[in-house]
Ligand binder design. Structure first.
Ligand SMILES: [Fe+2]
Length: 340
Protein backbone atom coordinates (compact mmCIF):
# COMPACT_ATOMS: atom_id res chain seq x y z
CA UNK A 1 0.00 0.00 0.00
CA UNK A 2 2.96 2.29 0.47
CA UNK A 3 5.65 3.23 -1.98
CA UNK A 4 8.74 5.33 -1.44
CA UNK A 5 10.23 6.99 -4.43
CA UNK A 6 13.51 8.80 -4.38
CA UNK A 7 12.92 11.35 -7.08
CA UNK A 8 16.55 12.25 -7.23
CA UNK A 9 17.15 8.74 -8.58
CA UNK A 10 14.28 8.69 -11.02
CA UNK A 11 15.26 12.13 -12.28
CA UNK A 12 18.62 10.73 -13.24
CA UNK A 13 16.81 8.11 -15.29
CA UNK A 14 14.54 10.77 -16.75
CA UNK A 15 17.42 12.94 -17.79
CA UNK A 16 18.79 10.02 -19.82
CA UNK A 17 15.56 9.80 -21.75
CA UNK A 18 14.89 13.47 -22.36
CA UNK A 19 18.18 15.21 -22.77
CA UNK A 20 16.77 18.73 -22.58
CA UNK A 21 15.10 18.12 -19.24
CA UNK A 22 16.95 19.88 -16.46
CA UNK A 23 15.38 20.14 -13.04
CA UNK A 24 16.84 22.23 -10.29
CA UNK A 25 17.05 20.04 -7.21
CA UNK A 26 14.91 22.50 -5.29
CA UNK A 27 11.97 22.23 -7.69
CA UNK A 28 9.30 19.63 -8.10
CA UNK A 29 6.29 19.71 -10.38
CA UNK A 30 3.15 17.63 -10.27
CA UNK A 31 0.57 17.61 -13.07
CA UNK A 32 -2.94 16.54 -12.23
CA UNK A 33 -6.15 16.03 -14.20
CA UNK A 34 -9.50 14.25 -14.23
CA UNK A 35 -12.39 13.40 -16.53
CA UNK A 36 -10.97 12.02 -19.75
CA UNK A 37 -13.05 10.46 -22.52
CA UNK A 38 -10.71 7.90 -24.03
CA UNK A 39 -12.22 8.19 -27.52
CA UNK A 40 -11.70 11.95 -27.70
CA UNK A 41 -8.66 13.87 -28.91
CA UNK A 42 -5.70 12.97 -26.69
CA UNK A 43 -3.18 15.39 -28.21
CA UNK A 44 -3.33 17.50 -25.03
CA UNK A 45 -0.81 15.07 -23.50
CA UNK A 46 1.81 16.86 -25.58
CA UNK A 47 0.90 20.10 -23.83
CA UNK A 48 1.10 18.57 -20.35
CA UNK A 49 4.33 16.87 -21.38
CA UNK A 50 5.82 20.20 -22.45
CA UNK A 51 5.53 21.32 -18.81
CA UNK A 52 8.00 18.57 -17.91
CA UNK A 53 6.20 17.43 -14.77
CA UNK A 54 7.90 14.93 -12.49
CA UNK A 55 4.68 13.10 -11.69
CA UNK A 56 1.16 12.88 -13.13
CA UNK A 57 -1.89 12.16 -11.00
CA UNK A 58 -5.19 10.93 -12.41
CA UNK A 59 -8.05 12.34 -10.32
CA UNK A 60 -10.75 9.93 -11.51
CA UNK A 61 -13.03 9.41 -14.52
CA UNK A 62 -9.75 8.46 -16.15
CA UNK A 63 -11.88 6.71 -18.75
CA UNK A 64 -15.64 6.81 -19.26
CA UNK A 65 -16.65 3.17 -19.04
CA UNK A 66 -20.12 3.14 -17.45
CA UNK A 67 -20.63 -0.53 -18.14
CA UNK A 68 -21.28 -3.87 -16.51
CA UNK A 69 -19.36 -5.49 -19.33
CA UNK A 70 -15.85 -5.94 -17.93
CA UNK A 71 -14.44 -7.06 -21.28
CA UNK A 72 -15.67 -3.79 -22.75
CA UNK A 73 -14.13 -1.86 -19.85
CA UNK A 74 -10.82 -3.64 -20.40
CA UNK A 75 -10.87 -2.54 -24.04
CA UNK A 76 -11.56 1.05 -23.05
CA UNK A 77 -8.58 1.04 -20.68
CA UNK A 78 -6.52 -0.48 -23.47
CA UNK A 79 -7.58 2.27 -25.83
CA UNK A 80 -6.38 4.89 -23.35
CA UNK A 81 -3.22 3.09 -22.38
CA UNK A 82 -2.09 2.48 -25.96
CA UNK A 83 -2.92 5.95 -27.20
CA UNK A 84 0.33 7.22 -28.76
CA UNK A 85 0.09 10.66 -27.11
CA UNK A 86 -0.47 9.11 -23.70
CA UNK A 87 2.23 6.49 -24.28
CA UNK A 88 4.80 9.14 -25.15
CA UNK A 89 3.78 11.22 -22.16
CA UNK A 90 4.12 8.45 -19.59
CA UNK A 91 7.38 7.25 -21.13
CA UNK A 92 8.88 10.72 -20.80
CA UNK A 93 7.92 10.97 -17.13
CA UNK A 94 9.32 7.54 -16.46
CA UNK A 95 5.87 6.09 -15.68
CA UNK A 96 5.50 8.30 -12.62
CA UNK A 97 1.72 8.05 -12.94
CA UNK A 98 -0.60 7.55 -9.97
CA UNK A 99 -4.26 8.08 -9.34
CA UNK A 100 -7.68 7.14 -8.12
CA UNK A 101 -10.95 6.43 -9.84
CA UNK A 102 -14.29 8.17 -9.86
CA UNK A 103 -17.72 6.91 -10.81
CA UNK A 104 -17.37 6.50 -14.59
CA UNK A 105 -14.21 4.40 -14.46
CA UNK A 106 -15.55 2.64 -11.37
CA UNK A 107 -18.29 1.60 -13.76
CA UNK A 108 -21.53 3.36 -12.86
CA UNK A 109 -22.63 7.00 -12.64
CA UNK A 110 -22.60 8.26 -9.03
CA UNK A 111 -21.78 4.67 -7.98
CA UNK A 112 -20.98 3.60 -4.44
CA UNK A 113 -20.56 0.50 -2.27
CA UNK A 114 -23.43 -1.44 -3.86
CA UNK A 115 -21.87 -1.62 -7.36
CA UNK A 116 -21.90 -5.28 -8.38
CA UNK A 117 -18.69 -5.28 -10.42
CA UNK A 118 -16.45 -3.22 -8.15
CA UNK A 119 -13.92 -5.99 -7.54
CA UNK A 120 -13.55 -6.82 -11.22
CA UNK A 121 -13.36 -3.14 -12.05
CA UNK A 122 -10.66 -2.63 -9.39
CA UNK A 123 -8.44 -5.25 -11.03
CA UNK A 124 -8.77 -3.50 -14.41
CA UNK A 125 -7.94 -0.17 -12.76
CA UNK A 126 -4.81 -1.71 -11.21
CA UNK A 127 -3.85 -3.19 -14.59
CA UNK A 128 -4.08 0.26 -16.14
CA UNK A 129 -1.55 1.53 -13.57
CA UNK A 130 0.62 -1.61 -13.89
CA UNK A 131 0.24 -2.31 -10.19
CA UNK A 132 2.01 -5.53 -9.29
CA UNK A 133 1.85 -5.07 -5.51
CA UNK A 134 0.00 -8.08 -4.13
CA UNK A 135 -1.38 -6.11 -1.17
CA UNK A 136 -3.00 -3.56 -3.44
CA UNK A 137 -4.38 -6.37 -5.59
CA UNK A 138 -5.85 -8.07 -2.56
CA UNK A 139 -7.20 -5.10 -0.62
CA UNK A 140 -10.73 -3.79 -1.13
CA UNK A 141 -10.61 -0.38 -2.80
CA UNK A 142 -7.89 1.51 -4.67
CA UNK A 143 -6.58 3.77 -1.87
CA UNK A 144 -2.83 3.91 -1.36
CA UNK A 145 0.00 6.30 -0.61
CA UNK A 146 3.26 7.25 -2.29
CA UNK A 147 6.20 9.02 -0.66
CA UNK A 148 8.55 11.16 -2.69
CA UNK A 149 11.86 12.47 -1.56
CA UNK A 150 13.24 15.40 -3.52
CA UNK A 151 16.48 16.97 -2.34
CA UNK A 152 15.73 15.99 1.27
CA UNK A 153 12.13 17.27 1.10
CA UNK A 154 9.39 14.76 1.78
CA UNK A 155 6.15 14.82 -0.17
CA UNK A 156 3.39 12.41 0.64
CA UNK A 157 0.65 11.57 -1.79
CA UNK A 158 -2.41 10.10 -0.10
CA UNK A 159 -4.80 8.74 -2.68
CA UNK A 160 -8.32 8.06 -1.45
CA UNK A 161 -11.06 5.82 -2.80
CA UNK A 162 -14.38 7.65 -2.54
CA UNK A 163 -16.35 4.92 -4.37
CA UNK A 164 -15.77 1.40 -3.09
CA UNK A 165 -17.24 1.94 0.39
CA UNK A 166 -19.44 4.98 -0.14
CA UNK A 167 -22.93 4.71 1.35
CA UNK A 168 -26.07 5.53 -0.61
CA UNK A 169 -26.55 9.18 -1.50
CA UNK A 170 -29.54 11.13 -0.20
CA UNK A 171 -31.73 12.42 -3.04
CA UNK A 172 -32.32 16.15 -2.69
CA UNK A 173 -35.74 17.51 -1.80
CA UNK A 174 -34.79 20.68 -3.69
CA UNK A 175 -35.69 19.90 -7.35
CA UNK A 176 -32.77 22.00 -8.63
CA UNK A 177 -30.26 19.71 -6.89
CA UNK A 178 -29.37 16.03 -7.19
CA UNK A 179 -28.26 15.23 -3.63
CA UNK A 180 -28.37 16.68 -0.15
CA UNK A 181 -26.48 16.13 3.08
CA UNK A 182 -26.99 12.89 4.97
CA UNK A 183 -26.10 13.33 8.62
CA UNK A 184 -26.50 9.86 10.12
CA UNK A 185 -23.34 8.46 11.63
CA UNK A 186 -23.58 5.12 9.79
CA UNK A 187 -23.20 6.75 6.38
CA UNK A 188 -19.66 6.85 5.11
CA UNK A 189 -17.51 7.88 2.18
CA UNK A 190 -14.31 6.03 3.02
CA UNK A 191 -15.54 3.09 5.09
CA UNK A 192 -14.04 1.80 8.34
CA UNK A 193 -10.94 0.08 6.92
CA UNK A 194 -9.90 3.02 4.78
CA UNK A 195 -10.46 5.44 7.67
CA UNK A 196 -8.22 3.34 9.87
CA UNK A 197 -5.55 3.33 7.17
CA UNK A 198 -5.91 7.08 6.54
CA UNK A 199 -5.65 7.96 10.24
CA UNK A 200 -2.46 5.94 10.45
CA UNK A 201 -1.01 7.52 7.29
CA UNK A 202 -1.64 10.99 8.70
CA UNK A 203 -0.36 10.09 12.14
CA UNK A 204 2.86 8.60 10.81
CA UNK A 205 3.49 11.13 8.07
CA UNK A 206 6.91 12.75 8.25
CA UNK A 207 6.23 14.69 5.06
CA UNK A 208 6.68 18.42 4.67
CA UNK A 209 3.83 18.41 2.16
CA UNK A 210 0.80 16.12 2.31
CA UNK A 211 -1.31 15.92 -0.82
CA UNK A 212 -4.66 14.21 -0.48
CA UNK A 213 -6.38 13.08 -3.67
CA UNK A 214 -10.18 12.78 -3.49
CA UNK A 215 -12.05 12.25 -6.75
CA UNK A 216 -14.99 14.34 -5.51
CA UNK A 217 -14.75 17.86 -4.10
CA UNK A 218 -14.20 18.18 -0.37
CA UNK A 219 -14.86 21.85 0.35
CA UNK A 220 -17.39 23.00 -2.27
CA UNK A 221 -20.76 21.92 -0.87
CA UNK A 222 -23.60 23.88 -2.27
CA UNK A 223 -23.93 22.67 -5.86
CA UNK A 224 -26.05 19.57 -5.13
CA UNK A 225 -23.84 17.13 -7.03
CA UNK A 226 -21.42 14.73 -5.36
CA UNK A 227 -19.23 16.26 -2.65
CA UNK A 228 -17.95 15.42 0.82
CA UNK A 229 -20.59 17.97 1.89
CA UNK A 230 -23.21 15.26 1.34
CA UNK A 231 -21.60 13.45 4.30
CA UNK A 232 -20.80 16.32 6.69
CA UNK A 233 -19.71 14.01 9.50
CA UNK A 234 -17.13 12.45 7.21
CA UNK A 235 -15.79 15.83 6.23
CA UNK A 236 -15.55 16.81 9.89
CA UNK A 237 -13.67 13.60 10.61
CA UNK A 238 -11.13 14.40 7.91
CA UNK A 239 -10.59 17.92 9.22
CA UNK A 240 -10.31 16.61 12.79
CA UNK A 241 -7.59 14.18 11.73
CA UNK A 242 -5.60 16.92 10.01
CA UNK A 243 -5.71 18.93 13.24
CA UNK A 244 -5.16 16.00 15.58
CA UNK A 245 -1.99 14.87 13.84
CA UNK A 246 -0.89 18.41 12.90
CA UNK A 247 -0.48 17.31 9.31
CA UNK A 248 2.03 19.60 7.63
CA UNK A 249 0.92 21.59 4.62
CA UNK A 250 -2.08 19.55 3.54
CA UNK A 251 -3.48 20.15 0.05
CA UNK A 252 -6.55 18.46 -1.41
CA UNK A 253 -6.74 17.62 -5.11
CA UNK A 254 -10.19 16.87 -6.53
CA UNK A 255 -11.95 16.52 -9.86
CA UNK A 256 -15.32 15.19 -11.06
CA UNK A 257 -17.05 18.47 -11.79
CA UNK A 258 -15.95 19.34 -15.34
CA UNK A 259 -14.94 22.73 -14.00
CA UNK A 260 -11.90 23.99 -12.14
CA UNK A 261 -11.80 26.11 -9.01
CA UNK A 262 -9.89 26.80 -5.81
CA UNK A 263 -11.60 26.53 -2.43
CA UNK A 264 -10.06 27.47 0.90
CA UNK A 265 -11.31 27.01 4.45
CA UNK A 266 -9.88 28.25 7.72
CA UNK A 267 -9.76 25.37 10.16
CA UNK A 268 -9.15 26.02 13.81
CA UNK A 269 -5.93 24.34 14.85
CA UNK A 270 -4.41 24.28 11.35
CA UNK A 271 -1.57 26.70 10.67
CA UNK A 272 -2.87 27.73 7.25
CA UNK A 273 -6.22 27.41 5.48
CA UNK A 274 -7.03 24.08 3.89
CA UNK A 275 -7.04 24.33 0.09
CA UNK A 276 -9.05 22.12 -2.28
CA UNK A 277 -7.77 22.41 -5.86
CA UNK A 278 -10.45 21.08 -8.21
CA UNK A 279 -9.21 20.33 -11.72
CA UNK A 280 -11.68 18.91 -14.26
CA UNK A 281 -12.02 17.95 -17.04
CA UNK A 282 -9.31 17.05 -19.48
CA UNK A 283 -11.47 16.39 -22.56
CA UNK A 284 -14.80 18.02 -21.74
CA UNK A 285 -16.12 20.84 -19.60
CA UNK A 286 -19.32 22.11 -18.00
CA UNK A 287 -19.76 24.61 -20.83
CA UNK A 288 -23.33 25.63 -19.93
CA UNK A 289 -22.25 26.44 -16.36
CA UNK A 290 -24.27 29.43 -15.20
CA UNK A 291 -22.94 29.87 -11.66
CA UNK A 292 -23.20 28.12 -8.31
CA UNK A 293 -22.51 29.04 -4.72
CA UNK A 294 -19.35 27.98 -2.95
CA UNK A 295 -18.68 29.79 0.34
CA UNK A 296 -15.03 28.73 0.20
CA UNK A 297 -14.25 29.69 -3.40
CA UNK A 298 -11.16 31.74 -4.05
CA UNK A 299 -11.07 33.36 -7.50
CA UNK A 300 -13.26 32.25 -10.39
CA UNK A 301 -14.84 29.06 -11.64
CA UNK A 302 -13.17 27.98 -14.88
CA UNK A 303 -15.67 25.85 -16.85
CA UNK A 304 -13.16 25.03 -19.58
CA UNK A 305 -11.11 21.93 -20.28
CA UNK A 306 -7.99 22.14 -18.18
CA UNK A 307 -5.21 20.36 -16.34
CA UNK A 308 -3.52 21.31 -13.10
CA UNK A 309 0.06 22.04 -12.22
CA UNK A 310 1.44 22.13 -8.70
CA UNK A 311 4.86 23.71 -8.64
CA UNK A 312 6.94 23.34 -5.50
CA UNK A 313 9.56 25.93 -4.67
CA UNK A 314 11.29 24.52 -1.61
CA UNK A 315 13.53 27.53 -1.08
CA UNK A 316 10.65 29.99 -0.94
CA UNK A 317 8.43 27.40 0.80
CA UNK A 318 5.86 28.16 -1.81
CA UNK A 319 3.42 26.16 -3.88
CA UNK A 320 2.05 27.65 -7.06
CA UNK A 321 -1.20 26.06 -8.21
CA UNK A 322 -2.03 26.58 -11.87
CA UNK A 323 -5.02 25.78 -14.04
CA UNK A 324 -3.96 25.46 -17.65
CA UNK A 325 -5.92 24.97 -20.83
CA UNK A 326 -5.80 21.55 -22.56
CA UNK A 327 -6.39 23.44 -25.82
CA UNK A 328 -3.32 25.68 -25.83
CA UNK A 329 -1.44 25.58 -22.48
CA UNK A 330 -2.77 29.03 -21.60
CA UNK A 331 -2.73 29.89 -17.91
CA UNK A 332 -6.39 30.18 -16.85
CA UNK A 333 -5.92 30.94 -13.15
CA UNK A 334 -3.31 30.54 -10.43
CA UNK A 335 -3.02 30.61 -6.66
CA UNK A 336 0.12 30.90 -4.57
CA UNK A 337 0.27 29.10 -1.26
CA UNK A 338 2.80 30.02 1.38
CA UNK A 339 3.71 26.84 3.20
CA UNK A 340 4.92 26.36 6.75
FE1 LIG B 1 -16.35 13.23 -14.95
Amino acid sequence: MKKLILLSLSLVVLSCKTAQKSIAPTDFKIAFGSCNVQSEDQSYWNLIGSEEPDVFIWGGDNIYADTEDMAAMEEMYEQQKTNPYYQKFIYNIDNQVYGTWDDHDYGVNDGGEDWTFKDESQQLFLDFFDVKDFERRRQKGVYHSVDFEVASHQIKLIILDTRYFRSALQKASDPTKRFEARKNSESTILGAEQWKWLANELKESQADYNLIVSSIQVLSHEHGFETWGNFPLEEQKLEDLLVKYQVKNPLILSGDRHLSEFSQKEIEGLASPLTDFTSSGLTHAYTDFSGEDNAYRVGEVIPKTSYALIEFDFEKKELVLKMKSTKNNKLLQKLKLQMN
